[in-house]
Design a protein around this ligand. Structure first.
Ligand SMILES: [Zn+2]
Length: 72
């Protein structure tokens, strides 16, 4: 009987560690997702925010599309 209690205790500790790690990882991911808009830029024409990688840069300003770059 004691053997089973030890086994249960060991399993509990292992599960606790595993889920704890998962929780920590989830927290880390969330932090990265919530990261302030350092990679976000604003369209100089319509003011919409978009990822820097998707923006169009022209004449020192950033735009959400070629269309707005042209219209600006
Ligand atoms: Zn725009």
């Amino acid at each position: 009987m004691t053997k089973y209690l030890v086994l249960i205790a060991v399993i509990s500790v292992v599960l606790w560690m595993v889920t704890g790690k998962a929780r920590a990882a989830a927290r880390r991911d969330r932090r990265q997702a919530d990261r302030p808009a350092e990679d976000m830029v604003r369209c100089a024409h319509c003011g919409v925010f978009l990822p820097k990688a998707e923006s169009v840069e022209a004449r020192g300003a950033r735009f959400c599309s070629r269309e707005h770059e042209r219209l600006h």
